[in-house]
Design a protein around this ligand. Structure first.
Ligand code: Y12
Ligand code: CO
Length: 175
């Protein structure tokens, strides 16, 4: 079932999520709810904290060459650990918790991701390109960090101004 996505400046987005120790039906339900939420919100990635669940769980569904997001491409990642980070790349990032704002962010180009699947099995993959960028963006959520914290001083000021305006307009709209 689709869940509400919490948005900046909600303080819960700053919290460090907890390791998963139990791989049970409740975890599977969380993963299924995250999938529904991400797909119905047109996202390519989502961390559990974005639906207010403080667990080290994230999902990714990177579009294929035709731009299609298929269930076969769904990656469910629990207790992720990064290693072998190499190179740098710049990608225009967006986040369901920071609506209407997209900015270039520098990240590692390539990395190794170790994680557990929904049954607790240990997995490993090599990532580059958009997958690598999205993995880093989502792991940052588990550590209470948002992509806007990686912007230069000037770009961050621009964001603060634009976002303030947006929140004001949304408040007015709700009246
Ligand atoms: C590059 C690109 C994305 C990531 C992390 C995952 N981020 C997302 O999946 C963001 C999705 C997103 C979707 C939105 O909805 C539509 O476009 C219809 C959206 O919309 C608004 O802001 C209104 C914003 C973000 C990492 C690296
Ligand atoms: Co995000």
């Amino acid at each position: 079932m689709k869940k509400p996505v919490i948005v900046y400046p909600d303080k819960r987005l700053k919290s460090v999520s907890k390791e998963v120790t139990v791989f049970d039906a409740a975890l599977h339900q969380l993963l299924d709810d995250m999938y529904d939420t991400m797909m119905e919100s047109n996202g390519i990635g989502l961390a559990a904290i974005q639906i207010a669940v403080s667990k080290r769980v994230l999902i990714l569904c990177i579009p294929d060459e035709e731009g299609e997001q298929t269930h076969d491409n769904l990656l469910e990642v629990i207790n992720p650990k990064l290693s072998n980070q190499q190179g740098t790349t710049v990608y225009q990032e967006g986040c369901l918790s920071v609506p209407n704002f997209y900015e270039d962010v520098e990240r590692y180009e390539k990395l190794t991701l170790n994680y557990q699947d929904r049954h607790g099995n240990e997995k490993s993959l090599e990532a580059d390109g958009l997958l690598s960028v999205a993995v880093q963006h989502e792991i940052d959520h588990l550590d209470g960090k948002l992509f806007i914290e990686k912007l230069s001083y000037i770009r961050r000021k621009k964001f603060d101004k634009e976002y303030k305006k947006l929140l004001k307009a949304k408040k007015k709209e709700a009246l």
